[in-house]
Design a protein around this ligand. Sequence first.
Ligand code: ZN
Length: 405
Amino acid sequence: MEARRSKSKGANSETARDINRSLVLSAIRTSQPVSRADLARQIGLQRSTVSLIVGQLMNERWVVEGGLAQLPRGRKPRLLTLDVERAAIIGVNVMPHRTTMVVADLNSKFLSQESFDTPEDPAALTSTLASRIARLRREQPGTTFEEIGVSMAGRVDRFTQKLVFAPNLGWRDVDVKGPLEAATGLPVSVENAANACALAEVWSGPFAGVQDLIAVTVSEGIGTGIIANGQLVRGTTGAAGEFGHFCMNPEGPACNCGSRGCWEVYASNTAAVRAYNEGAPAGSKFPVRKRKTQRVASVSEFSDLLSLAERGDVQAGEVLERMGWYLGLGLVVLVNGLSPSIVTIVGEVTRAWSRIGPIVQKIIADRVHSHSQTRIIPTNDILQPRLRGTVALVLQKHFQPTLFS
Ligand SMILES: [Zn+2]
């Protein structure tokens, strides 16, 4: 309701200035190197307005003047590009076991990356990040670090940006933004990891500009980030997208959220590891053949399970197929309910997509009856979609603020 009220108001001059700024910035991003005159023509703004905005963007180190345009006659204008030499974004992806930090330029190119074990105490996370960021600034005195984007495996309040609840971290009401801003002096944006992944998908790459897309992150739990009609779906508080905790079976195994039988207790990495170690998956309706031989050892990491399956371990393969079956069942709900054009799958599970993908596709073919043309697409894990999300969530606030309205 808040968003609707504010939309019905006329745009004040400040809003108009912000919109023009993001239009200029977006046009430079997509057309660089580009002259002021071409920008003005492209956007439909007066040349003087464009020059004023470009001046501000240069002062803020977002944009830099480069070489001269090659024109047949007349004065050759200076060409503008994003200032990838001097301005950088810090992206942080906080997962239950591991936190990864990346430095990216304004074209989203990763410049450096480091990771560390996620501390159990949120205050320790903030102080670790602050000291690592301080070190980066000492090491790179010529770089202006503009902002920090943090994505977390939990729901984030859209107004306070506090982490409301992250079942797999065991954190409630955690403020990362306030302490990290205080420690670094940089603006911090905090977002749910799946939302950040969805934003990254519609920001650049093959699905840029897609209006209806869902990113499904599969790791310790399952998260969904939903873009509908070109907007990120947040709900009244920002908690929209908790499909990982929709109930598949009220009598199913206990979930970290306090409920039972949630989608993620069947289809997450944790669920697959547990199913392998237990031998006979609890509550499973998926037919897993009885093992003839005892397995050699239990696994602690999902990556070990993937490696076992790749090496031909029959039970590991069956557990992955079971995971795919449950993943597909949950996707049927998403596709039937929201009819997106694209669903991207994010996570290590995509490494086994040749095995899992056909199971998912079959369930969708059998159970989706909405004439939906939804394509289910595994995201290449090597491209680090979660980290791309942390950078995209910062950049889009400047380049495409309408996504956040
Ligand atoms: Zn749950």
